[in-house]
Design a protein around this ligand. Sequence first.
Ligand code: ATP
Ligand code: MG
Length: 354
Amino acid sequence: MANHQLLVLAGDGIGPEVTGAALQVLDRVAEIGGWVVEIERADIGGTAIDTYGDPFPEKTQRAIDKASAVLLGAVGGPKWDQAPKRPEAGLLAMRQYMGLWANLRPYHVFKGLEHLSPLRKAQVDGIIFRELTGGLYFGEPRGRRFLPGDLEVIDTLQYRRSEMWRIIKLAFEYARDHHLTLTSVDKANVLESSRVWREVTDELSKQFPDVPVVHRYVDASAMDLVLNPDRYQVIVTENLFGDILSDLAGGLVGSLGLLGSSSVAGTPGTRGLFEPVHGSAPDIAGKGIANPTGAMLSLAYLVGWSWSESEAQQLIESAVAESLAEGPHTPDLGGNASTEEFTQAVIQRLEHIW
Ligand code: ATP
Ligand code: MG
C-alpha cells in the first residue's frame, strides 16, 4: 500500500477554503487508490507572520523536510500590506529552500466555459515553463544608490547558462513526450541574457530533432497569445517574462480560479510545491464561494509528479473538467454554487468515472 507524506500550507485568505476542498478530493482518491496519506499542516505567509513573526518559520522548514510533497493555498492580504516582512517573501524563501527551479503552469479553456474567455476561442490550451531561480528576481547588485540630487535604483538580470539549460531541457522533454511545438520566449534583440538563452535553446534543439522550435520576442508573443493562442502549446521562458505571460494566459481562460501550478526541481518522482495560480482573494475570503478548481488541479499535478500516481492525476483532472462542463458553477464562473457544492459535484464525478 502506497504511503505518502503531504504537507499542507493553507496560508491566507481563501487558501484554507480551496485547500480544504482539494483535501476532500484527496480523501476520496486515496480511498480509491488504497493509499495511506499522512497529512501535516504548517504556517506560511501572513498567518506565519502573526504566529511566529516570520513568513517562513523554522517549524515550516522542518515540516517540509519530512514531506514528499507540499500543497499550498495562497499567501498575502491587505492585513500585512504595511508589515515590515511581506507574506510573499515567505513564498520566495520557500522556493529557494526547496531548490525549485521550474514553474509549470498549464492553461486551457474548459469545455462548457468557452463563453468566459475574452477570446471566445476554444483552442486555448498550453503550458508555460517559467524559470524560477534566476533573472531580475535574484540578480546582484540590486538596491538603491543615492546620487547628488537624485536616486538610482538597480536590479540585475543575472543567469547562469546551467540554469537556462535545465529549464529549457525540461520543456523540450515535455514537448517531445506530448508531441508538441516548443516556443522559446526571449528579448534577444535587446538583452545579452536572451542571446545566450537562444544559443542554449538552439544547442538543445539538436538533442530533440523531433520537437519543432519557434523563437519569439516577449513583446510579440504577448500580442500573439491574445490574437492567435492556438499557435502556442509549450512555452519556455525566463523568470519575469514567465510571470507576466502566465498571468496573461490566466486571463485568456476566463477566471484566475481555474489554474493550478507546479514548482519542481526537474525530476518527476521528487518533492515539489503545488499551488493555485490565484492569490488570497481577500474580497471573497470567508464567504465559502471561492472556486477550488485551481487547488484541485494543483493536487492533481502533485499526485502525478511527486507521487508518480498518474492514474489518480488523470482521474482528478477528468472529474474537475466534467464538473466544470456540467456545473454547478461558483460565482466567478457566473453561477451561484458554493465551494462546497462544487466540491461535492467533483467527488460524485470521481465515483462515476471510477
Ligand atoms: P496576489 O497579489 O496574491 O496575486 P491578486 O490581487 O493579484 O492577489 P487574487 O487574490 O488572485 O489576485 O484575486 C484577484 C481577483 O480574482 C479577486 O477579485 C478575487 O476575488 C478573484 N479570484 C481569485 N481567485 C479566485 C477563486 N479561486 N475563486 C473565485 N474568485 C477568485
Ligand atoms: Mg497577482
